[in-house]
Design a protein around this ligand. Structure first.
Ligand SMILES: NC(=O)c1ccc[n+]([C@@H]2O[C@H](COP(=O)([O-])OP(=O)(O)OC[C@H]3O[C@@H](n4cnc5c(N)ncnc54)[C@H](OP(=O)(O)O)[C@@H]3O)[C@@H](O)[C@H]2O)c1
Length: 218
């Protein structure tokens, strides 16, 4: 049975990814910064949970010490600011902590186990807002942070053995607290490409950026 850790999985797209992997017989660990919220979500789908604030490096290390190794890591936790990128320096710090530094540290700590086990799938939940091809847009520091997450995907892919795959994906516009209720896609639709990337076979792609299971421009 493969083990998957999904960050920010107590609600939204992360929870839909957790449910999808659970249905595929994965041992699923829901990472949640609020353990009570994580436990509630985990109970709903029969998963495990761990307290994991991805903006807190010490918390990342203690969570990994408890979990040990995983086969699949989904860097899903995210925040959306408001206004322009120059308006709120704290939003810049938080956005990069949650959507760039946290994912980097999780990958840094978990990849050695994946290398030892000769298997790993890493999925970075990005956004079209993080694509240079789509203008590096979105409120606050969101687009810049997702662009940096995409850059991590490419540069880390060059440092991994073939047995470990890392890809970015855009879920589309999804009905969650972040996406709002007018978004056209359900969380399950938003989760589909991430689940596909989490379950790629040995010949699957690595170092790519996907939406609807198709490569998109960086
Ligand atoms: N919805 C969309 O249309 C859309 C489009 C493109 C990309 N995305 C991306 O998809 C991912 C999931 O978004 P969503 O729409 O599901 O958003 P959401 O409903 O707002 O959920 C965000 C999740 O991230 C968690 N989170 C925030 N900061 C965290 C931290 N420091 N440590 C751990 N968890 C943290 C939240 O936890 P709390 O419950 O504790 O706040 C929540 O579980 C994000 O990376 C987002 O950027 C979404």
């Amino acid at each position: 049975m493969k083990r998957a850790l999904i960050t920010g999985a107590n609600r939204g797209i992360g929870l839909a990814i957790a449910k999808g992997l659970k249905n595929l017989e994965f041992e699923v660990i829901i990472g949640a910064r609020d353990l009570t919220a994580g436990e509630k979500a985990a109970k709903e789908i029969g998963a495990a949970t761990i307290e994991l604030d991805v903006a807190n490096p010490e918390n990342i290390i203690s969570a990994i010490n408890k979990i040990g190794s995983v086969d699949v890591l989904i860097n899903n936790a995210g925040i959306l600011g408001s206004g322009g990128i120059l308006d709120d320096p704290q939003n810049f710090i938080d956005s990069f902590a949650i959507m760039v530094h946290g994912p980097y540290l999780l990958i840094h700590h978990l990849v050695p186990h994946m290398i030892a086990n000769k298997y790993g799938r890493i999925v970075n939940i990005s956004s079209g807002y993080g694509a240079f091809a789509e203008g590096v847009a979105g409120p606050g520091a969101y687009g810049a942070a997702k662009a940096a997450l995409n850059a991590l995907t490419i540069s880390i892919s060059r440092n991994l053995p073939k047995t470990i795959k890392i890809n970015s994906m855009c879920p589309g516009w999804v009905r969650t607290r972040m996406g709002g209720m007018n978004a056209p896609r359900s969380p399950e639709q938003g989760a589909d490409t991430a689940i596909w990337l989490a379950t790629l076979d040995k010949d699957g792609p690595t170092g790519g950026f996907f939406r609807d299971r198709k490569l998109i421009e960086w």
